[in-house]
Design a binder for this molecule. Structure first.
Ligand code: PLP
Length: 419
């Protein structure tokens, strides 16, 4: 009886991407195919390219969309701006930062990979020290993973820019924003990011299938001299076709319609609200894990905490993969697995995209039941209670982020309720 699974109801998807797709976005993708060379098509393509710039918070930059996943945009970032043998500085502190380094090595760059303990992020002092020592400016690019999805760690990219400036180093700053864009503050222009990689299946609330790359003007200049071999991901082809609203090959039409709808949703909620909401929801999950269950996060200090994914360490002697399997088989709940070095040591709750408190309560309750089922002695109901305490005593969007108009309506509705 205990192993039987309830087959009714929805699957609870709480991996940190792909995320839940809003019904409006899902419906927007249900379309008949169209001619991507028609005179109407540019209305769609130019509008999504324009509005993605707002999500990246860039006016000076340019955005490119590839029919790939985020990994394709990683490759586009590197091959369009670097030449074989170019020196690259990178920091490895989780599976995704590791995989980008692995790609850079396989593409023939000379990668100085700095190993950092998993649970920490980009070490700013160390970065500055290395850059200061590179007097001849041999390092052509710095690769940094903004949000390491495998460990639930967010790095300080604005701080990295400051370290580069303090060292007076001209390298390109290439950032993986796959699991941070449209959910954690990402200020491309203000932070002087040259290459910002993302994908469709996380904060943008779409299926996987679009690799998105934003470039600074400095990165586009590097394109002129970069000799890495490239074809499918050559930005020059995009630059030739995009201004007219077309692509060098057949675009993924339903994805672009879905993206249009997702960008409308983002505009309606407001990027500021979205970022504040992610923080508030993340705080509730962190309260469940640490105060409720008494467990540790993989993130070693609060400053590394990610607002899009929490990696929760299981106690010694238990297997995180077992918790994940029971959650899936018994309770129809999909949790993120521990990858590579942290395999079996943790499980991850993704809290990004189209979410609210009660959806997360399902993930917290399901994780708790699965932990109890495998013998982890957490207090039944303790995670839900801690999250509830946090959410009930905090505002989803702090007052300073609420517009005057909203404050007016809030006051108005309270008044009439009292009346
Ligand atoms: N970078 C990060 C931080 C990720 O979380 C992921 C995927 O989860 C990737 C890169 C790779 O993206 P994709 O799986 O879309 O190729």
């Amino acid at each position: 009886m205990k192993n039987m699974r309830t087959t009714t109801g929805r699957n609870f998807l709480f991996v940190p991407g792909p995320t839940n797709i809003p019904d409006r976005v899902q419906r927007a993708m249900m379309i008949a195919m169209e001619d991507h060379r028609s005179s109407k098509f540019p209305d769609l393509s130019t509008s999504v390219l324009r509005d993605l710039k707002k999500v990246y918070q860039t006016e000076a930059g340019q955005v490119f969309i590839f029919p790939s996943s985020g990994t394709g945009a990683w490759e586009a970032a590197l091959t369009n701006t670097l030449s074989p043998g170019d020196k690259v500085l990178a920091f490895s502190f989780g599976q995704f930062s590791h995989l980008w380094i692995d790609m850079a090595q396989r593409l023939g760059f000379d990668v100085q990979a700095v190993e950092v303990e998993w649970g920490e992020g980009v070490p700013l002092d160390r970065a500055e020290e290395i850059l200061r020592a590179d007097k001849g400016h041999e390092i052509k690019a710095i690769l940094a993973c903004h949000n390491e999805t495998a460990t639930g760690v967010t790095s300080d990219i604005g701080g990295l820019r400051k370290a580069m400036d303090a060292a007076g180093h001209p390298a390109l700053l290439a950032v993986d924003a796959v699991s941070s864009l449209a959910s954690i503050e990402f200020e491309m222009d203000a932070w002087g990011v040259d290459l910002a990689v993302s994908g469709s299946q996380k904060g943008l609330m779409l299926p996987a299938g679009l690799g998105i790359l934003a470039t600074s003007q400095k990165a586009l200049k590097a394109l002129e001299t970069a000799t890495s071999r490239r074809c499918y991901f050559d930005l020059a082809d995009m630059i030739k076709h995009n201004p007219g609203g077309y692509f060098p090959y057949t675009p993924a039409l339903p994805m672009l319609y879905g993206l249009r709808e997702a960008l409308d949703l983002i505009e309606e909620e407001g990027l500021d609200h979205i970022i504040a909401r992610h923080h508030y929801l993340a705080e509730g999950v962190r309260a469940a894990a640490t105060e409720g269950w008494g467990l540790k996060l993989c993130a070693k200090e609060a400053k590394w905490n990610s607002d899009t994914v929490s990696a929760i360490m299981v106690p010694e002697g238990f297997d995180g993969a077992h918790v994940i399997d029971v959650a899936f088989r018994r309770y129809n709940l999909a949790l993120g697995a521990g990858l590579s070095k942290v395999a079996g040591k943790l499980f991850r709750i993704g809290h990004l995209g189209d979410l609210n408190e009660l959806m997360l309560m399902g993930a917290i309750a399901g994780s708790e039941m699965a932990m109890l089922d495998v013998g982890i002695k957490v207090e039944p109901g303790s995670g839900v209670a801690a999250a509830s305490n946090y959410w009930r005593s905090n505002d989803p969007v702090p007052k300073h982020r609420v517009s005057k108009e909203e404050q007016f309506y809030e006051g108005h509705s309270t008044g009439s309720a009292q009346g």
